[in-house]
Design a binder for this molecule. Structure first.
Ligand code: PLP
Length: 343
């Protein structure tokens, strides 16, 4: 591949230099392993400033682990988990949620990646009937895999319906920072305050090297989590290097600056293409992703210059993701190239 910069994924970008510096700063001497260290205590305190003393917070390595272990903790294998068809837990976790939880995933069609009470209500039946998997969790992604963002009210509507049926609401927040930047709200305002029970809080896609947090808003849901994390092979021995990243990420609004920037680059990309008749932007651009239907024949030429993924081969829909390090120059060069090829 000639040009290593591209719009394939926010996983493809590097690490913010402040994060690497923070890891370097804690790379001194010996400290107790497995999270019993001053850096981890300090990072957890920082997170508790956001989510409150009653929250229970744990670091893990990956977003998939946060989702899978979080869901495993709040379910039994006879349960089902309602999610969007486009959700990462359904599409991109290689069946790990099913393998580890034993639950049935009920993946539902949405226009824009967002579940609604109306959509989930199709699966709200069979309670107390031993022949039916018992619905236990509604899982939503914020921001969604389609680049859209739930409003706090939309999340509240889902938590109300979940709780009415004795279920819980899980949020996959792999890109929660992008949602917060878009909404102009702090994290708790559209999670804890509107009835989310368990949150996978991401960092990797927004400038960290690895490390995600799992936030339980009620300790009764996390009583066994420390065992589940260890059995799930996600207890980092050198935990201080995850903790140092979180501390830096949350300090000085690094998370916000990175997310505001990647969101802005996605908006710029979409705005540069909005008047190109051959291109149809298919989703609202509310976070750091742009979805568009483009002429099939130009895809390989563009991919050769700036790699990206085709989202839907049938419709020729592509996904362009922006990162904390996407530059205006990247966007302008890319959109100019598109216009040049289409001339
Ligand atoms: C919405 C969403 N959730 C979870 C994940 C999982 O993250 P990881 O690749 O760190 O397991 C991803 C990764 O792309 C994602 O896009």
């Amino acid at each position: 591949m000639k040009n290593l910069r591209g719009f394939a994924s926010d996983n493809n970008s590097g690490v913010h230099p402040d994060i690497l510096n923070a890891m370097n700063r804690v790379n001194i001497g010996h400290t107790i392993g497995y999270g019993d260290d001053i850096y981890t205590n300090s990072a957890l305190d920082k997170m508790k400033e956001i989510f409150g003393e009653d929250s229970d917070i744990y670091f893990v390595f990956t977003g998939t682990a946060a989702n899978v272990l979080g869901l495993d903790t709040i379910t039994q294998s006879y349960n089902s988990i309602i999610c969007a068809e486009t959700s990462h837990i359904h599409e991109d976790e290689c069946g790990a949620p099913e393998k580890f939880t034993g639950c049935k995933l009920l993946a539902l069609f949405t226009e824009d990646g967002k579940l609604t009470p109306e959509i989930v209500s199709k699966e709200l039946y069979g309670f107390d009937f031993e022949h039916h998997s018992q619905p236990k969790v509604i899982s939503i992604t914020q921001s969604t895999e389609m680049g859209t963002v739930y409003t706090p009210q939309e999340i509240r509507d889902l938590s109300v319906i979940a709780h009415k049926y004795g279920m819980l609401l899980h949020m996959d927040g792999a890109r929660i920072a992008n949602a917060a930047a878009y909404l102009g709200l702090s994290f708790e305002k559209f999670s804890q305050d509107v009835g989310v029970d368990v949150l996978s809080f991401g960092g990797t896609k927004n400038g960290m090297i690895y490390g995600e947090a799992l936030v339980f808003f009620d300790k009764k849901h996390s009583v066994n989590f420390k065992y589940i994390r260890k059995q799930g092979m996600q207890l980092a021995s050198k935990m201080r290097f995850i903790s140092a990243q979180f501390e830096e990420y949350l300090n000085n609004d690094l998370w916000l600056r990175n997310a505001q920037h990647s969101n802005k680059m996605a908006k710029l990309l979409a705005s540069k293409l909005k008047d190109v008749p051959e291109i149809q932007i298919t989703q609202k651009v509310e976070s750091n992703g742009v979805f568009a239907i483009i002429p099939k024949e130009i895809i390989p030429i563009l991919q050769d210059a700036y790699f990206f993924y085709v989202w839907d081969e049938k419709t020729s829909e592509v996904r362009w993701m922006c990162s904390f390090d996407t530059s205006e120059e990247d966007v302008i060069n890319f959109t100019d190239l598109i216009k040049k090829i289409l001339k």
